[in-house]
Ligand binder design. Sequence first.
Ligand code: IPM
Ligand code: MG
Length: 356
Amino acid sequence: MTTANLVLLPGDGIGPEVVAEAQKVLERVAKRFGHTFTFSTHLIGGAAIDATGGSLPRTTVDACQASDAVLLGAVGGPKWDDPRAKVRPEQGLLAIRQTLGLYANLRPVRVHPALMAASPIKEDRIAGVDILFVRELTGGLYFGEPRLREKVGDHTRAVDTLVYTDVEIRRVIRMALKLAAGRRKLLTSVDKANVLESSRLWREVAVQVAAEDPSVRLEHQLVDSCAMRLVTAPKSFDVVVTENMFGDILTDEAAVITGSLGLLPSASLGDGTRGLYEPIHGSAPDIAGKGIANPLGTIMSAAMLLRHSLDLEVEARAVELAVDEAVSNGARTADLGGDKSLSTSEMGAAVLARLG
Ligand code: IPM
Ligand code: MG
């Protein structure tokens, strides 16, 4: 029996709606398998700005640090989008990733056979796609210093810094290598080594780390051609590891080829077992509050939480299977198409019904 202290960070937009369904799923898992999960809900993002003035209150950080795992909905929205605003919802997300040391973001991209028609890519190209992205999450352009804007004569100059140390590169490549060893043993390291110095270091370290496990084949790919290969031959990837910004862009591209952005989960991990789990979709302000958001990405994230933070593989699979069956049996929220759409809570109920 496992006892776990779980923090929920619903955030903004559809975040609260989808997190509520995932919480029900976790509660059902606890009941069915005899575990005790306790939940506490905290503020992040725009909701935190409105309530406290900051995007990541100290109480939220403390609760996350004292937890076994964190489940997050989404942050951001038009209300907080003024480019000149001093505080932004996204800062809260970046800060919690960094504070918890979550340097690797796992984004599995699978195509559900029943949803292939929703993909913009032809079915024969995407049938059987099974990619695991490992995105570096606490370095690169997102965090590099200096970061500034200044007046230079009559003009304005803005600076972001792309910086990586060998230590930051090594730990994320090592995690990706281990994950590849447990899968189809192909590791694609994505960089821009023909232009960027940080990418040349990335490539060098990737070669060193990959030598630790010769059973995994390491290949290098430039980020621009990787973007093309994702649409032309997505089946040719197994594990893809890349730096923060490239990973942000490529994973949105990869998600959309599955035809079901709303179904994809992610896990952000560091050296310990504590992780942060979130669907890869955003806060979808256009549909927030309507009760029509797809909760499956968050429910699948809860499955990853069970697997990676609580070491509950059987339970994780049970949740994934329940989602799979619900979708196979025609359960569809509006984003997945079909003429009879389920609401957020009806979709949640469809999963619960299959969890027993
Ligand atoms: C993501 C999101 C975030 C990111 C934003 C909301 C800061 O796009 O998780 O991919 O860029 O990392
Ligand atoms: Mg993104």
